[in-house]
Design a binder for this molecule. Structure first.
Ligand code: ADE
Length: 247
């Protein structure tokens, strides 16, 4: 079955945007995923097509009305309803993996000061943030979330994506890559990569990935799953912890 996304937004023209191009666009044209975009304003019931109102208790800005959003969303289905919001837990690759493995997503994009809390409660909406910064609405976060899921759907990307997905699953940042020319302005490619020794190259890449992760993302390094004889769990890495340097 096709992985199906429905987006509820006040700015339907922002979709599919970047998802109409490159691999996501091609996968869409091949029927590997579908995108339905619903204009929340179409669910308004008055002649001004009002979707928001002032907050009870006072304060700046406008809040999106629960009745209008409820009508826009329509009946529930088996897909999770996600509300993009800087208040939610930050999106992780493991959450992306789980969402991509499901039937699809319904994504609610807020604008203004947010949406009435009762709508989120009544619809059991899951809040998801794409990072600790504030954007002007949920549309860009929805595109980010969709892109991260679509690239994991079967047949969307080739071996390259599965390999880098594997490296991220191992909790490591990617090792550095090089291509031709082997000497560019006097900067030469690490000799091992030209050696043709596949096992030595794999070990070098693993070591580079571990060093990079320790240096740049000590949080990921601490939390990484490490292979043990009993499977994945806390264990010993190939490299010893390295000194922190500036980089
Ligand atoms: N809406 C506004 N900012 C956001 C963020 N950082 N993540 C998800 N939704 C948002």
């Amino acid at each position: 079955m096709t992985w199906a996304a429905t987006v509820y937004t006040l700015f339907p023209a922002m979709f599919p945007g970047p998802l109409g191009h490159s691999l996501a666009g091609k996968a869409h044209d091949q029927g590997r995923w579908s995108l339905e975009v619903r204009d929340i304003r179409d669910a308004a019931s008055d002649k001004h097509r009002t979707v928001d109102d002032t907050p009870f208790g006072g304060g700046a800005g406008m809040v999106m009305r629960p009745d209008v959003l409820d009508a826009a969303i329509g009946p529930d289905d088996e897909r999770p309803l996600i509300y993009l919001s800087p208040r939610g837990p930050a999106l992780t690759q493991s959450r992306v993996r789980a969402l991509a493995a499901g039937p699809g997503l319904r994504l609610l994009c807020g604008r203004y000061e947010g949406v009435d809390q009762r709508l989120l409660d009544a619809r059991n909406a899951e809040e998801v943030s794409i990072g600790d910064y504030v954007l002007s609405g949920g549309e860009l976060p929805a595109l980010v979330l969709l892109d991260s899921c679509v690239r994991l759907l079967p047949g969307v990307m080739g071996a390259a994506a599965s390999a880098d997905e594997e490296s991220f699953s191992a909790g490591l940042l990617e090792y550095p890559q090089y291509t031709r020319p082997a000497d560019w302005r006097g900067r030469v490619v690490p000799e091992i990569l030209l050696s043709g020794h596949h096992a030595a190259i794999a070990a070098w890449r693993r070591q580079q990935a571990e060093e990079l992760t320790q240096r740049r993302r000590p949080d990921l390094w601490q939390a990484r799953p490490v292979a043990t004889p009993h499977g994945l769990g806390a264990g010993r890495a190939v490299t010893q912890p390295i000194e922190r340097t500036t980089r």
